[in-house]
Design a protein around this ligand. Structure first.
Ligand SMILES: C[S@@+](CC[C@H](N)C(=O)[O-])C[C@H]1O[C@@H](n2cnc3c(N)ncnc32)[C@H](O)[C@@H]1O
Length: 303
């Protein structure tokens, strides 16, 4: 990747995450238990996949800790920087070369924009129920998928596969993917907490994609009026149930650099969808989160 900063501090694509977890014993002293943590499920044809709790979590409990599957330089405001876009496409292609089944199955819309037809249900189901989707987890185990054949086929039927996309189309697709799925891996990067959205980047920064972490959907933080005008305003919806941070800043000493650590903001029940607040006013999609439903909800930030 000619245009990216030296990446000596992140794992090579295809590295063995289980070996990354072999930290000095003292560093692991506060690590979460290596128990089932998440499942992939289907939310709706509009929202796509989501990540769901595979067991109950207590408020503040660590849910999972995952290494990035790819990292590339990204700049929100610089949408036509050819060098950046080439690096982003190279990073994506490198990740696909090592993790094709997992990436194509977890991100079929992205694969389709690169001209790859989504897998049949049988193939996708084998990947989604297997353990390799969880191969970048350092703590917390992947516990399989709840996606049914009907859900998958309905989703797959809506996906438009690009017909012989040009290099330019592929670069745009990779940039778009980073824009909507990547996390800013700068120092002190964190999100999903009210009032803790990311500062605007003035320079390109490392954007990381996580095989599972990037599947977490957005939920708006309910707006709290100082003086509730109605009883409806007093009955706030639950809002996002998770927060994330990129290591090694904050949270815990065992979180490695550029690894994402996900924590429960409140008690979470098994089967509940994991969500956080993307922290953007302009989400780039019509929000279907539980805070925004019904559509006339006074709590929705994008109304
Ligand atoms: C980080 S991805 C989350 C995983 C995604 N659902 C998938 O299947 O690939 C972000 C994308 O998911 C969808 N999404 C996430 N939260 C949503 C929400 N609250 N309402 C509607 N769509 C949402 C949007 O298409 C968004 O661009």
């Amino acid at each position: 990747m000619a245009n990216t900063q030296p990446e000596t501090d992140i794992p090579d694509i295809g590295f063995d995450a289980s070996k990354q977890g072999k930290l000095p014993q003292r560093a692991l002293s506060n690590a979460p238990k290596n128990e089932p943590a998440v499942r992939i499920g289907f939310v709706s044809a509009a929202v796509g996949y989501g990540l769901f709790a595979a067991r109950d979590f207590k408020k503040d409990e660590f849910i999972f800790h995952e290494a990035p599957i790819l990292s590339a330089l990204f700049h929100e405001a610089d949408s036509e920087n050819l060098a950046l876009m080439r690096g982003q496409l190279t990073a994506y292609r490198n990740a696909v070369a090592e993790n094709s089944d997992e990436l194509v199955t977890a991100y079929p819309v992205l694969a389709a924009s690169h001209g790859v037809t989504p897998a049949s249900f049988d193939k996708a189901d084998g990947v989604l129920r297997g353990s390799t989707i969880g191969k970048f987890l350092v703590h917390g185990r992947y516990a399989g998928s709840t996606i049914t054949k009907e859900e998958y086929e309905a989703f797959r039927a809506k996906i438009q596969v690009a017909d012989s996309p040009s290099e330019h189309d592929c670069r745009l697709a990779s940039r778009n993917f980073l824009r909507h799925y990547a996390f800013d891996a700068r120092k002190d990067s964190q999100g999903g907490l009210p009032g803790k959205s990311k500062p605007i980047a003035t320079q390109p920064h490392n954007a990381c994609i996580y095989l599972l972490g990037s599947l977490v959907n957005h939920c708006c933080t309910p707006k709290i009026s100082r003086r509730p005008k109605s009883t409806e305003e007093l009955q706030l919806p639950d809002g996002p149930n998770c927060s994330w941070r990129i290591g090694p800043q904050g949270l815990a000493k065992f979180v490695l650099k550029k690894h994402i650590c996900v924590q429960a903001r409140r008690d979470i029940k098994e089967g509940e969808q994991l969500t956080w607040d993307y922290g953007k006013q302009d989400l780039g999609f019509v929000c279907e989160c539980s805070t925004c439903r019904p559509p006339t909800s006074p709590h929705c930030k994008v109304m």
